[in-house]
Design a protein. Structure first.
Length: 217
């Protein structure tokens, strides 16, 4: 909501002087219309200050003859009657001023209520933001912990990968060793077969020899 521009004492007093010079009564309404803007409360206070400084000096009563006093009383009565209309006008102007001041107070009250509502909204938004920040902080801490675990797992995986690489690099030597063992096994198998054959021949010869000996007896 836009704020009323600041009105100074010099501005209001200058407008009051200008209005009086143009035979216009300075009031809240006439001064504000001349200024075109400003707070009613501020303008009214400054107009009243101007009026208090430009009030007509009081006439000191003196002891006068009765006839002159009666003439003065009659003159005063006529003047009072003549002055009633301006006074009534001033009263109406004051009532209008009071109405404008009431409207100003109501407007400022509404503005204060709006500002209070804005403050309440901002307070609620601040609380929500703080809760969101706390939640994000917890999520960030959990994410950091998860990242650390993943880094540890990745490091362990790299170690295992290095071990597997070493094993793969040693595979040719193991293959050669396996081929050597297979060759030795085949050689031993062949030697066993040859030994079994020789044993079978010896057994056959022995059996023949025994059979020949029995036949000679």
């Amino acid at each position: 909501m836009a704020r009323e521009p600041s009105i100074t004492r010099e501005q209001v007093f200058g407008v009051c002087d200008t209005l009086v010079a143009n035979k216009v009564r300075p009031t809240l309404r006439t001064v504000r219309d001349h200024l075109g803007a400003g707070s009613n409360l501020t303008i009214n206070r400054l107009v009243n200050e101007w009026k208090s400084e430009h009030a007509a000096p009081a006439v000191t009563a003196s002891s006068l003859p009765p006839a002159l006093q009666r003439g003065i009383a009659e003159f005063v009565a006529v003047e009072i009657a003549a002055a009633r209309a301006p006074l009534e006008t001033e009263i109406a102007e004051q009532q209008q001023t009071n109405h404008d001041l009431a409207a100003e107070i109501e407007r400022q009250t509404a503005e204060i209520e709006t500002l209070m509502g804005t403050v309440a909204t901002l307070t609620t938004a601040k609380s929500a933001a703080e809760a969101n920040i706390a939640m994000l902080s917890d999520a960030l801490a959990a994410e950091k912990e998860s990242v650390l675990r993943e880094r540890a797992a990745a490091e362990q995986a790299r170690v295992e990968l290095a071990k597997d690489k070493l094993r793969l690099e040693s595979m040719p030597d193991l293959k050669k060793e396996l081929e050597g063992l297979r060759a030795e096994l085949n050689q031993e198998r062949q030697q066993r077969i040859d030994a079994e054959r020789q044993l079978a021949v010896c057994e056959a010869l022995r059996a023949q020899s025994e059979a020949a000996g029995k036949a000679g007896d």
